[in-house]
Design a protein around this ligand. Structure first.
Ligand SMILES: Cc1cc2nc3c(=O)[nH]c(=O)nc-3n(C[C@H](O)[C@H](O)[C@H](O)COP(=O)(O)O)c2cc1C
Length: 748
């Protein structure tokens, strides 16, 4: 289906055309929005004119009245010759609309006796003003209205060519869907307006000399009889100040005559079927209501179009993406390498004079890619062939994106020692391709440390822009360090076989280190094995040579079916002896560091070994004089046996570093709850911390259990406490993640 869509898209419209048309659609709509709003609102009001008039009037007469009788009648009721319209109603009633001194009034008379039956309320004056606004803005500027009509037609015709209707709960999808579904209806009023401008489908009227003496309504009837052979009359109406449309019949059948000061001419109908279609007067009240409905649809299209454009601009600006830039460099990184490469790439390009915007995929929506001349993407692969968390939502939303016209270069980071080498890069490449984006170079895959491949890739991308970077600098992603093990302490109860073996390790570096809690220590268990990242749970503020890790010893079955410890966790938890040294690499992890502003409240949510970085967060806050409050929600199996770091946490509580501590122990018979249950129970208070106090939320643990559970709990919290719908809550969480208010470091 997707391939079919793509083939169809490119066959129907090349990217170049698509860009031009999108530009025309957007700017024609934006430029004419105030005018169109005025025309549409007045059109909506005018659609009700027929309804209002009909409300006050009786049913139309079944038979026309003879000309002689009408002449006699008019002589009595319109002595001052001010009548501009005559309509006949059943029960021998003649309804006259008079205009005098700019005012209009309506009177119903008995046709036989010429006695006044009633004066009728008339909104004619109001509708006349509205009609003026509709036709020429009340300023005689009919050419401006004509221009806006053309713009509307252009916008309506181009719109459906730009995007396929997709059922998705976003403003722009509703806009697209509405535009598609209602196209025939909205064309009905806009195309008829253009036809009217060109007098196509309107009756061919004789020339009308507006300066000539105006005949009275009764003279018009007399001339229609004398010169046009009319014997009976249904309806007479003045137009263009001096002319009348007289509907009636002659011996030969029904006729419509136009009486001007100079002549009497026959027309097929008045005001013509195109005008009837435009004005909604072709099927009484139903066509009037249809017109009102169409006007509402057009207004809804204007508002949704305008809002989605405005929101997009706002997001782009608040998301920090410089929309004036030529090139966007975006990344999805799990442990910081792709982010660092993206940053270095941007710096190199800026040096060469290219205007560059930088962003994580977490803060981007696919459509934003269309705003740049070129897009450079750098993504790593995490877990077991997965897209890093920061790129997951972006990847998902590509399925319904239209990126024709977008041109990109993609660099995929990975490691061949994993089963699915560069799988995330492959997935992204395929999804971009399906969305219509055009790869300018083959997907470049990097195995292990990025070096030459990245430099060549970047030089190539710059060359494509006609710029030479003059040598891309070498990049040092990880700092190689040598550590010696100072202390190792078992955190769980070794007697309890249900618990996971967890150790706290403290290393001392040979020199002071530059890092923050939440950064990663990459440990290679042996040559040829990929390095495992461990979150650092200490702070240089405690001691700049200290590195603290929390390590769970995993186990796997060897070839003979025996349980053996995981290579890396076994090395750290069991083999390495105190005093022995370890060579490792230090990698910064900017997206999971504590905020620079120490006063900012924090909500830390962890399960099991996920507490590892948070010990460092708390240790850092304990050293800061103006530290803001911290709330830790921690889940594990048993209070008695694996309440990790419990004594430290109690001490931090006593010192006021940890303002709140809520724990959950799933295998305790008296508890049996999870960290996510604590979120649900404290929903109102949590929302206060997050919304009122601006707390940042950090989540660390397993994706499938804690990660998904926390997301579900926060969605429920927003639905129940803040009145969001499910979809709004999901969008809000996505926004929190994009803004960095919700940060997750999860393992598969
Ligand atoms: C936990 C973990 C899982 C990984 N899984 C894969 C994988 O499935 N396939 C792959 O090609 N590379 C995998 N890698 C390697 C990373 O993609 C590679 O180290 C990359 O340079 C990291 O970039 P980042 O720091 O921007 O996330 C994995 C690395 C880690 C630490």
């Amino acid at each position: 289906m997707d391939n079919f869509r793509k083939v169809l898209q490119t066959m129907v419209m090349p990217a170049w055309w698509h860009r031009k048309l999108r530009f025309a659609h957007r700017w024609a709509a934006l430029l004419f929005t105030p005018l169109l709003a005025m025309i549409l609102i007045t059109g909506l009001i005018l659609a009700f004119e027929g309804v209002v008039e009909r409300h006050h009037s009786g049913s139309p007469a079944a038979q026309p009245v003879a000309v002689e009788q009408l002449e006699g009648f008019l002589q009595q009721v319109d002595r001052r010759q001010r009548a501009r319209e005559l309509a006949l109603e059943s029960g021998d009633v003649g309804v006259l609309t008079f205009s005098a001194a700019g005012q209009r009034y309506v009177e119903a008379y008995d046709l036989a006796s010429a006695e006044l039956i009633e004066e009728r309320p008339s909104a004619t004056g109001f509708f006349r003003t509205v009609r003026h606004l509709h036709k020429d803005l009340g300023l005689g500027l009919d050419w401006v209205v004509e221009l806006a009509t053309y713009a509307l037609l252009v916008v309506l015709v181009i719109g459906p060519l730009l995007a396929w209707p997709y059922l998705q709960h976003t403003l722009v999808s509703w806009h697209n869907l509405l535009g598609w579904l209602t196209l025939p209806l909205v064309l009905l009023v806009s195309a008829t307006a253009v036809l009217m401008i060109h007098e196509i489908g309107t009756p061919h009227l004789p020339p009308i000399d507006r300066d000539a003496q105006r005949p009275s309504l009764s003279e018009a009837v007399a001339r229609a009889a004398d010169e046009g052979g009319l014997t009976h009359v249904w309806h007479v109406e003045r137009f263009e100040q001096v002319a009348y449309a007289v509907e009636g019949r002659s011996d030969a059948g029904p006729r419509t005559l136009i009486v001007t000061p100079d002549q009497v001419a026959e027309v097929g109908s008045y005001p013509g079927w195109i005008a009837n279609l435009h004005q909604g007067t072709w099927a009484g009240i139903w066509s009037a209501l249809l017109n009102a409905f169409i006007a509402l649809i057009l207004l809804a299209l204007t508002v949704t179009g305008l809002l989605s454009w405005g929101l997009r601009r706002f997001r782009q600006q608040s998301g920090g993406v410089d929309i004036g830039a030529q090139v966007l460099i975006a990344h999805a990184s799990q442990t910081g390498t792709a982010a660092k490469l993206a940053h270095e790439s941007a710096a190199s390009m800026r040096k060469a004079g290219i205007k560059v915007a930088e962003s994580s995929l977490a803060s981007l929506r696919p459509e934003q890619l269309n705003d740049f001349h070129r897009v450079l993407l750098i993504v790593s692969t995490a877990g077991d062939g997965e897209m890093p968390d920061a790129g997951q939502a972006f990847l998902n939303s590509l399925a319904s994106a239209d990126l024709r016209g977008c041109k990109f270069h993609l660099l995929a980071l990975g490691d061949r020692r994993y089963r699915h080498f560069c799988a995330a890069g492959d997935m992204l490449h395929e999804a971009l391709d399906k969305a219509g984006a055009e790869p300018l170079t083959m997907l470049t895959r990097v195995d292990g440390k990025p070096g030459r491949e990245w430099q060549d890739w970047l030089a190539n991308a710059a060359g494509d822009l006609g710029v030479s970077l003059g040598g891309v600098p070498e990049i040092v992603v990880d700092k190689q360090i040598s550590l010696s093990l100072n202390r190792r302490e078992r955190l769980d109860d070794p007697e309890d076989a249900e618990l996971q073996e967890v150790w706290s390790l403290e290393f001392e570096a040979a020199e002071p280190l530059d890092y923050r809690p939440g950064d990663l220590l990459l440990v290679e268990p042996c040559a040829g094995e990929p390095a495992r990242p461990y979150s650092i749970g200490s702070s240089p503020l405690e001691d700049p040579r200290l590195i603290r890790l929390t390590v769970a010893v995993t186990s796997r079955l060897d070839s003979s079916g025996q349980a053996v410890p995981g290579k890396c966790s076994g090395l750290l938890g069991r083999e390495l002896r105190v005093g022995e040294s370890l060579h490792a690499a230090l990698r910064s992890h900017p997206s999971f560091r504590p905020p620079d502003d120490q006063r900012r409240p924090l909500v830390l949510i962890a399960a099991g070994c996920g507490i590892a970085p948070f010990v460092g967060f708390l240790a850092e806050r304990a050293q800061q004089s103006q530290a803001g409050p911290v709330w830790l929600i921690f889940g594990n199996r048993k209070r008695c046996g694996d309440a990790l770091y419990s004594q430290w946490l109690e001490q931090w509580q006593r010192d006021g570093v940890l303002r709140r501590l809520d724990q959950a122990f799933s295998r305790d018979s008296e508890d049996g709850s999870y960290a996510t249950d604590r979120i649900r129970e404290n929903a109102a208070e949590l929302l206060r911390w997050i919304r009122d106090d601006g707390a940042l939320i950090y989540v660390c643990g397993r994706r499938a259990t804690l990660g998904e559970g926390v997301m579900a709990a926060f969605i429920a919290l927003l639905v129940e406490q803040a009145g969001f719908t499910q979809q709004q809550a999901e969008a809000e969480l996505e926004q929190w993640r994009a803004d960095g208010r919700l940060r997750m470091d999860l393992i598969g």
